[in-house]
Write a protein that binds this ligand. Sequence first.
Ligand SMILES: *Cc1c(COP(=O)(O)O)cnc(C)c1O
Length: 382
Amino acid sequence: MNTSNQNSGELSSPRVSDSSPVRSSAHVKLFIPGPTEVRPEILDAQTQWMIGHRMPECIDLVGQILPKLSQVFFTKQTVLISASSGTGLWEAAVRNCVGKKVLTCVNGAFASRFSDVAEMNGKAIEILEVPWGQPILPGQVVERLSSGEFDAVTVVHNETSTGVTSPIQEIAAAIRAMPGGQDIMILVDSVSGLGGAHIEMDAWDLDVLLASSQKAFALPPGISFCAVSDRAMAKAKTVPARGYYFDFISLAKSIAKNQTPATPAVSLLFALDRQLDDMLAEGMEQRFARHLAMRDRTLDYLRGKGFDIFAAKGYESPTVSCAANNLGIDISGLNKYLRAHGMIISNGYGDLKGKTFRIAHMGDTQPHELEELFAAMDGFLA
Ligand SMILES: *Cc1c(COP(=O)(O)O)cnc(C)c1O
């Protein structure tokens, strides 16, 4: 029983629609970059009666989901749903699309792990590393690719460890303009971007674009999604040892029949179906605008308190803001204080712990909820 919520006066914001008898009353509102806050309606959508994945009900459900998911990815090409978190789709991307050598662009902890995954799957890699806090820029990528050794590149759209967004559209355009650039597989992690930060599969000419449920989609964790270009599908047919679970060819064959080769996470599909309706009802443009407005407000708040922003200017993420701890505050103490007010933010990631902290404004978080967070932070920082 969480009594702190009841003692926090106007700062507590109980869920009005949260009448479920099965949910505990302890609720810490998540301003962390995953899992993000999930609305009660979405939690409830998971509790529908179980169906078999070869039953017409499930085939209809997937059939209903796919066109909506395609809209969120801005694609007419193949969209896959995986019963894994996004990490699984890193493995899928490199196993299916790297035949020769992959250039892995590293500007933070997640980009570094994507690179590790390529290496651990036996792929030849070369790392393009820039300091954390910086974006990956088109010129850097093209320069390294020009040696001609590569048939793929990995890049993270929204680096969650540093709050940096890299200019994926410009990077992809620069690659495509190179001699041989049409054949390079552009493998993009937008795990914490897609659904909140603007990114488009087809118009930007990407090959694999992947995202997890528990970030800007504001769903519970456990499933992930990716769009795969026709070019990547053709490439996969030429790449040996694609493995079994993440083989694009077999996944595509099944999804064409609104199915998956193995059992999908059925309860999460119910939640996804409902959430996609709500995302599209809000409108993707409006969703992007809401995230940008929350980003701008968060940066203003942090600067107003005297914090520097860790991300390079002009590349600050729409979904997560990373403050430098130049004031030397006790970040664990701040979070302890916030918890007593029913909220939580994130300390810095890995080596940045204590040196930075992060506020997620991602998924279904609303501007007025951020104001509640800032009011609570004021109490601690005063
Ligand atoms: C969270 C995150 C991941 C890892 O995704 P999981 O769904 O936890 O496997 C990968 N990349 C980025 C940018 C992330 O934020």
